[in-house]
Design a protein around this ligand. Structure first.
Ligand SMILES: Cc1cc2nc3c(=O)[nH]c(=O)nc-3n(C[C@H](O)[C@H](O)[C@H](O)COP(=O)(O)OP(=O)(O)OC[C@H]3O[C@@H](n4cnc5c(N)ncnc54)[C@H](O)[C@@H]3O)c2cc1C
Ligand code: FES
Ligand code: FES
Length: 480
């Protein structure tokens, strides 16, 4: 059984009424057909809805946009589900809808409900309504006929002039209702998806259902039934296990719970590693980052995932749990083959631990994809170099898109030790090593030869961007 608010209505659903995805439920059970199915893969945003949940402060509702086509019904437990049908009061349009009318933001209208819901989530956030934030807020929505300028202008206009609306007026009441659901002592779940509240309960469920699979944000797993039309197995969610939701910063580094969505831990990660800003901002789209977790990205072990190269280059540690004991595995030992990891039966990733970089270490992360936003990497490369008096004392690397698993290049890391970083021969040697190290494949994202060229070019870019002395001299010469 799960409980949630469908706008203001308290809904209790058991397995008899179970649908798999939120979109199926809305369209097939509730005849709420505003959210559309475009791609059923999290790519187009036509199905966008907004979930309200108790904010960390416990005193407000936090609204996030999600793709209903790949959101499991179980994920609604304890939340408020708001669709495009709920925005207007029947007489007056919501300010974001009115702005779409005034700015001529809709033509065929297929994408419009999704855009409106992304706009609504921004309207209810404390983010500034500047062009960059608006672009990010709309990054998961595609429009094929109107064009983006009127939609962006409608968003700038409405979100730049926020007024209290009917949702603000009911916020305290909604908060009370969601807290009441959260305080209930039941094991929620629906349609074979369980939401254990503790690591012990998680371990017990894994014993009880030996064939069950884990799920977190479901942004990878859902595609198995929406695209590959597989039958959903029993699923056990990590999203309510306290240890999987940890986010701690101490003198040594940062620990990120495996079930935290990217948007929840990104600000902390950015603070510690500002070099990762672009990579994380270019990870999928905002609605996907509202659900996609670090644990899911790492456990998935995709050779083209964006976070594994980061874990490799930063020598992160994967903390694995089975409910009674933890073990720590260096990220470098975690990936064992194509989509294979060291995770044993009935184990899960609890958290990932990143150590801080010292002042002598420089780091850069690069993602190359066909489309700048919302696209999977053709190649992802992350490098760090530590220098002492201009000589390399440590170098580490992580790559995606060049082998069957996320990989480091140990030869690069070893053979460059002791070299003078600013010498052209160091750059050249790195290129030669990388050219030999991998045999990438041809696929729709890139040809093998393009990937090889990218490796060499990204290495050179890293070398150039970290030549602080060289850059300083160049600047002086340029202004002389
Ligand atoms: C439109 C779209 C765009 C995307 N763009 C990107 C991108 O730019 N870069 C990128 O890297 N990825 C991208 N992805 C892939 C996906 O969003 C990420 O891999 C995401 O981090 C997966 O996390 P999740 O919580 O949704 O995982 P889920 O789908 O819930 O799970 C994925 C796998 O991990 C397992 N799992 C989950 N949590 C745990 C755990 N704690 N312990 C052990 N196993 C676990 C599950 O059993 C499952 O096999 C994209 C996906 C979509 C749909
Ligand atoms: S239908 Fe395209 S993102 Fe959901
Ligand atoms: S209005 Fe037609 S796709 Fe956007």
């Amino acid at each position: 059984m799960i409980k949630f608010l469908l706008n203001n209505e308290l809904v209790t659903l058991d397995n008899n009424a179970a649908e798999v995805s939120v979109q199926q439920y809305l369209r097939e059970q509730k005849s709420l057909t505003g959210s559309k199915e475009g791609c059923a893969a999290g790519d187009c945003g036509a199905c966008t809805v907004v979930l309200g949940e108790i904010a960390l402060s416990q005193s407000a509702i936090f609204y996030r946009s999600v793709n209903s086509c790949i959101t499991l019904m179980a994920a609604l437990h304890g939340k408020q589900l708001i669709t495009v049908e709920h925005l207007s009061d029947g007489k007056t349009l919501h300010p974001v809808q009115q702005a779409m009318v005034e700015h001529h933001g809709s033509q065929c209208g297929f994408c419009t409900p999704g855009f409106v819901m992304s706009m609504f989530a921004l309207y209810h956030s404390d983010k500034p309504a500047d062009r960059e934030t608006v672009n990010t807020a709309l990054s998961g929505n595609l429009c094929r006929c109107t064009g983006y300028r009127p939609i962006i202008e409608a968003t700038l206009d409405s979100c730049g002039n926020r007024q209290a609306d009917k949702f603000s007026a009911r916020e305290d009441e909604v908060l009370k209702q969601l807290k009441a659901i959260a305080s209930e002592d039941t094991l929620p779940g629906i349609n074979k998806v369980y939401l254990p509240p503790s690591r012990e309960a998680m371990a017990a469920l894994l014993q009880e259902h030996p064939d069950a699979r884990l799920v977190a944000g479901s942004t990878d797993l859902s595609l198995e039934y929406t695209q590959q039309l597989k039958t959903l197995p029993t699923l056990i969610s990590t999203t309510r296990v306290k240890e999987c939701l940890a986010l701690t910063v101490d003198n040594d580094g940062i620990t990120v719970g495996a079930a935290l969505p990217l948007n929840d831990f990104a600000p902390v990660l950015h603070q510690q590693f500002p070099q990762l800003h672009e990579l994380i901002d270019r990870f999928a789209s905002l609605p996907i980052r509202n659900q996609a977790t670090l644990g899911g990205n790492v456990a998935n072990a995709s050779p083209i995932g964006d976070m594994p190269p980061v874990l490799l280059a930063l020598n992160a540690v994967v903390m694995i749990d089975n409910g009674s004991a933890y073990r720590e595995v260096p990220a470098r030992d975690f990936f064992t083959g194509y989509r294979q990891t060291v995770l044993a039966d009935k184990e899960w990733i609890s958290a990932i631990r990143f150590s801080r970089l010292d002042a002598q270490t420089q780091m850069k992360a690069y993602k190359v994809s066909k489309r700048h936003e919302d696209d999977i990497s053709a190649v992802c490369a992350v490098f760090t170099v530590t220098l002492d008096n201009g000589k390399v004392t440590a170098l580490s690397s992580g790559f995606g898109g060049v082998a069957a698993t996320p990989v480091s290049c140990e030869e690069l890391e070893q053979r460059l030790l002791g070299k003078t970083w600013s010498e052209q021969s160091t750059r050249q040697l790195g290129m030669e090593i990388l050219d030999e190290a991998f045999s990438p494949i041809d696929d729709v994202r890139a040809s093998a030869s393009y990937r090889k060229q990218l490796l060499a070019n990204l290495w050179q870019r890293f070398w150039f961007e970290t030549q602080t002395e060289l850059l300083a001299t160049t600047r002086v010469t340029a202004y002389a």
